[in-house]
Design a protein around this ligand. Sequence first.
Ligand SMILES: [Zn+2]
Length: 436
Amino acid sequence: MKIDILIKNGLILKFDKKPTLNNIAITDGKILEIGTNLEQKYKAKLIIDATEKIVMPGFVNTHSHVAMSYFKGLADDLPLQEWLTKHIWPVEEKFLSEEFVKDAAIHGCAEMIKNGITTFNDMYFFGDQTAGSVEKIGIRAVLGEGVLDFPVANYQNADEIFAYIRKMHDKYKKSELIDFAVAPHAIYTCGKENLIKSKDLALELGILLHIHLSETKQEVDDCIKKTGLRPVEYLDSLGFFEGDVVVAHAIWLDESEQNILAKNNSSIAINTSSNLKIASGFDSFKSYLEHGVNLSIGTDGVASNNNLSMLQEISLTAKLQKALNNDPTILPAKEMIQIATIGGAKALNKNNQIGSIEVGKKADIIIVDTDCIEAQPMYDPYSHLVYSLASEQIKDVIINGKIVMKNRKLVNIDENEIIEKAKYYQRKIMEFNHIK
Ligand SMILES: [Zn+2]
């Protein structure tokens, strides 16, 4: 039988078993078989020799702003509100266009793949253009169109955005790689009416809701002052959690809020780097785990992180939580990897399709080189992934059964073109900032 890809002799991370050397047969986008002697059984169009390599599910990044890639390093070391209102929003107002988003999104998608991300859950504008870039490069994405009370990008009001989401949902219904989502930006940029409309639309179309929540103490204090409720309680009072919800940040939750999320199967996208850098605060996720809240990992946008390394994100999160809880046993390496893969898949309601290496699941797989000084000796691959390795060790990336990065070279696009485009926009943005 002919198949698309055969991965041979890799150290395969299946979460229900010990890591073992084995082969994987991939065809029609899916994992067909995991076992020995597959080379004799199948004739593969592409054979990847994974000797001395870890073969694992790709990372699921549950909170990003992929088309903000040209704002990477534009303004740092500032409080969130000043960073947003004085630096990010003015350049967005000046530059956001279909063309800009298409270009910036392909840069962001390229950077994600280089970091082993095979699915991302985004929040931004001009989703149609992002979708074009997503399909071109071959990554999987849930594209949340941002909803705000005031005019933004080329939308005059939220109703125009809702109409757009409907249209996009229909356009990409058959896409193997793309889902659309409703992404009300935050409770301080969306009033009650638009939060409820967002929820109703998501329920009607059966799509995800994605929102920034409880990112700063200020946001919590303001919410209590205005509504008498904490942010999660406030959204709950609007019936928001009837939908499938990913809340990004969520670092200021009390126990009753944690219970609400757990009861409703809502998920949190942890964004440790971004929270630390903006000094938004941090919370102990021990209590979140004890309350049964599903955790996943987000990178946030490169404008606030400022990179898309999931390995760095999980390493930092694990260490921060150990220190915060004065407990080195919390979030052990294997659990951290599961949070960044199957935890993310669960957050996006896709855990029966992606997030782990199982026969019948979509083949979203990354291959990590361990035949190098940084990775040797290796007693436990999970330990190395969380504490020792960097993204440069991620060599090959397969998404939906197709190879999209081979030996760190992106297959479907010209990397030099992307680099030149970034330099072009950098010049434009610098000119604007100079005049401003
Ligand atoms: Zn964000």
